[in-house]
Write a protein of this length. Structure first.
Length: 365
């Protein structure tokens, strides 16, 4: 080994969902919104003076923060924005999780948490879910250097009621508690009000799901003025210009178009509820999803088999080769047309594999 190689950081990187180059596929693997962003974002881009690209963007992201402030009725000094919620949460790890005590998060959760912990050299422990994948508040009743969990959780799609969220906060007043709400708009009540009640709470949301802007990369966080100032201090010590000019104008347009937002969210919810019935008819079971995806397993056909056969048909879902969840598929909610293609393919796959009595048949193709 050459001497300089000893000083290179070695990390196990996060592996995102596959992004196939072929656009003619049914893509249900990364929880993107199947519908386009508000047309007002396109209008904002069309009206943008391209000469402004020679200038640095506003480091304060003032117009975007003002739009978020108006939408959520929260003070501007309680809002932080970043390059997607991943960037925001990574900044939170860097800013808030500096204790010798371990950070706590669920053992079945967003797999980026452990990656960030390793990158930022943060000690951590995972806490077990119950047998039905529910977060157990009591498992967080121990000394820690911080807490983070998604609500709804990922990849399970289960929502935890706010009384249980608050129970975790109340028992952890000496550390920062981060609630990752990437999917909250699809079926739950946000914990935003807790940032005014407790000064140690951060709530993180994103434009990638309900606002159809995964490609623009906008995330934001709510917290006490003290926590938000600390985040900004770290950000300005790292990169002053995290939000580019197009992100700012598109973000404002999307945040202000409430009618389009509500219509899009409702379409996803309606399709999801229909999908629950269709998947049950095909022999699948799953936790009750409150997100824009369903975490499903089949009664007799292994998840990996279904995953591979769907991919052969140009239908992409997500498979996790991990203990406890390696027989589940995470299926993003697509358009009704996309979902019908999924149901048809699943019906064909299951029919070819199943034998009478539920035994697996030898492959016949």
């Amino acid at each position: 080994m050459r001497n300089w190689e000893k000083y290179i950081r070695k990390v196990e990187p996060y592996v995102p969902g596959e992004q196939p180059k072929d656009v003619n596929v049914v893509k249900l693997n990364t929880n993107e919104n199947p519908y386009p962003p508000t047309p007002k974002a396109l209008e904002a881009v069309a009206a943008f003076d391209i000469d402004r690209l020679r200038l640095y963007p506003d480091p304060e992201a003032s117009v975007l923060i003002e739009a978020i402030s108006n939408r959520y009725n929260i003070n501007k000094n309680q809002i932080f924005v970043g390059v997607g919620s991943d960037d925001v949460i990574s900044m939170c790890f860097m800013t808030f999780f500096n204790s010798d005590k371990p950070v706590l998060f669920p053992d079945i959760s967003y797999s980026f948490y452990s990656v960030w912990a390793d990158v930022h050299k943060v000690k951590y422990e995972t806490v077990a879910l119950d047998e039905n994948f529910n977060i157990i508040p009591e498992t967080f009743y121990k000394e820690n250097g911080g807490i983070i969990f998604p609500n709804p959780n990922a990849p399970t799609a289960l929502y935890m009621e706010l009384d249980k969220v608050e129970d975790i906060i109340r028992h952890n007043q000496d550390s920062v508690v981060i609630i990752d709400e990437a999917y909250i708009d699809f079926g739950g009540k946000s914990a935003i009000d807790f940032v005014n009640k407790y000064d140690n709470v951060i709530v993180v949301q994103t434009y990638s799901k309900s606002r159809s802007m995964a490609g623009v990369r906008i995330g934001f966080a709510f917290g006490s003025p003290e926590l938000i100032k600390a985040l900004n201090d770290v950000k300005f010590s790292f990169n002053s210009y995290t939000m580019n000019a197009y992100s700012l104008i598109c973000g404002v347009a999307a945040m202000e178009d409430e009618d389009y937002f509500n219509a899009g969210v409702n379409k996803i919810i309606n399709t999801r509820e229909s999908a629950k019935s269709k998947l049950k008819e095909l022999g699948f079971s799953f936790p009750d999803s409150k997100a824009n995806f369903i975490f499903a397993k089949h009664e007799s056909v292994p998840a990996k088999v279904i995953f591979d056969k769907l991919k052969q048909r140009g239908i992409y879902v997500r498979y996790f080769n991990k203990e406890k969840i390696d027989n589940y598929l995470r299926i993003s909610i697509g358009t009704d047309e996309q979902m019908e293609k999924l149901y048809a393919a699943l019906k064909e796959i299951v029919k070819k594999i199943q034998c009478s009595g539920g035994r697996l048949c030898p492959p016949i193709w």
